[in-house]
Design a protein. Structure first.
Length: 135
């Protein structure tokens, strides 16, 4: 079976159409997407009201969602946000700190060519070639 081919004009037309579509705000949402879009307001409402009350308010505003589903969705969104924060901040900071500490140790060892001493005793030389820092 032959693969269908598209002209450069067709691709260019599709590109301009998709570019225009991307500029337009989203006009329809699933219940989960609506919950994600309203997450901060929902969490604020939950500080003083129950899931049942918040779900009832949303239902009155046209979003059909039960209290149980609202609770599931808010927990899932909270978890996703926490994972995103961990991915973007924690790993990079801890790696750079360990790398700089390791560099400081290596610099100290290479700068001091005399044998290491502790209270007048000569300590054995340390070979760090086989040691790796665990991340």
């Amino acid at each position: 079976m032959a693969e269908k081919l598209y002209s450069a004009d067709q691709v260019k037309h599709c590109m301009s159409g998709l570019t225009e579509l991307a500029k337009q705000p989203r006009t329809t949402f699933t219940a989960f997407a609506a919950t994600a879009a309203l997450y901060d307001a929902i969490v604020a409402a939950l500080e003083h009201h129950t899931y049942e009350e918040v779900a009832k308010q949303l239902h009155g505003d046209g979003i059909d969602i039960t209290a149980g589903t609202l609770k599931q969705y808010t927990r899932r969104i909270q978890k996703q946000r926490q994972e995103n924060v961990k991915k973007t901040s924690t790993k990079r900071k801890s790696r750079s700190k360990k790398t700089s500490e390791q560099a400081d140790v290596m610099t100290d060892l290479s700068a001091d060519q005399s044998p290491a001493t502790s209270r007048g005793k000569v300590l054995p030389e340390v070979n760090l070639d086989h040691i790796r820092v665990a991340y």
